[in-house]
Design a protein around this ligand. Sequence first.
Ligand code: FAD
Length: 370
Amino acid sequence: MANPAVGSVAIAGAGLAGRLLAWRLLRAGVPVTLIDARARSDRDHAAGVAAAMLAPYAELVVSDAHLFGLGEESLALWPRWLAQIREQTGEAVYFRHEGSLVVAHAPDYPGLAHYADLIRFRLPASKREEVQNLDGEGIAALEPEFAGRFARGLWLPQEGQLDNDQLLGALQDAILQAMARVGGQWLERTTVQSLNTHAVRTTDGVELRADAVVDCRGVAADWPGMRGVRGEVLTVSCPAVSLRRPVRLIHPRYMLYIVPRSGGRFIIGATELESKDAGPITVRSMLELASALYSVHPAFGEGRITRVATSLRPATDDHQPVWAQRDGVWHLNGLYRHGFLVAPALVQRAERDLLALLAPNRVSVQETVQ
Ligand SMILES: Cc1cc2nc3c(=O)[nH]c(=O)nc-3n(C[C@H](O)[C@H](O)[C@H](O)COP(=O)(O)OP(=O)(O)OC[C@H]3O[C@@H](n4cnc5c(N)ncnc54)[C@H](O)[C@@H]3O)c2cc1C
């Protein structure tokens, strides 16, 4: 039930950050107003286009110890949070924590070796043995589809993935249920024009007041230097190929990944282009993604492309995520290419700070990772 001693929160943006934070605050009894320019079912934001790999190790080639730490913390939180969502809504979200594989064709072995060196270099010494070299037999033992196809690879056993589409749907239901109990509303198809310490103004001229205001508008957030980094992905239906875990292909020009989902589907991604253009995929990107996929396994040639999607990763200048207050407004942003990897850890910090602000005397609901 709503606790009248607890203030309310307005959240601008209901992508990954906004939905997760709204759900956590509502669970703690805080009424939330969630405002998004899109319809709730729209999946063209970064949260809906992402491959949702939880890859603290593989991402070290473009990240650092801070993001690695947030990723490890989040990997421990995801199964708990998904269990709580399931308890509340009855909806199960596909989640796997069975590692990921990195493979390379023979001309790209130097690239594979450098990739492994870089990850090990950036890892704390105690974690380096988690990056394991594989030969052809080792690769085939993990993914029998690759028997005889690759002779060198890497095994990153501590990585995972989840189904973002299912997660966004389950969070939507959990939020709406909790709003009916605790208070608050989800304004869809409502564009935010401006924010200040205690109010959100929409482009319709409506002013929504709250005790705290959080900007979770992704690439549209009002944060210095926030930029969009374009990413294009394909969804391929190919029941003829069976993979258990995400596979990355080392390639001299881009990083291809194949992320298995339920029902013989795979997310193929992703391009990474310095561009704020979220328009349709280019011919070049489509050719590159599809031909790299075909090079991994020719059976993908008969797969069906069921979705082609483009979105913008919200990136700060230093590629670090932001949880901070600026000019009275809170910001949960800059999740860049690591939103699913780091969101639970950041949202937990946001929940803790907002609860301390709104109800300083209440007992913290923070969950600690043992
Ligand atoms: C191709 C691709 C692949 C990715 N793969 C992975 C991956 O494998 N693993 C991983 O961890 N991360 C991945 N990511 C990154 C991840 O998707 C993002 O970091 C994350 O979704 C960012 O969440 P967000 O809530 O900040 O932004 P978003 O999810 O984009 O949500 C922002 C929301 O704000 C709303 N909004 C914007 N402006 C306004 C306004 N004026 N008024 C009201 N609402 C507004 C939008 O409609 C949207 O709903 C990937 C991203 C892309 C694009």
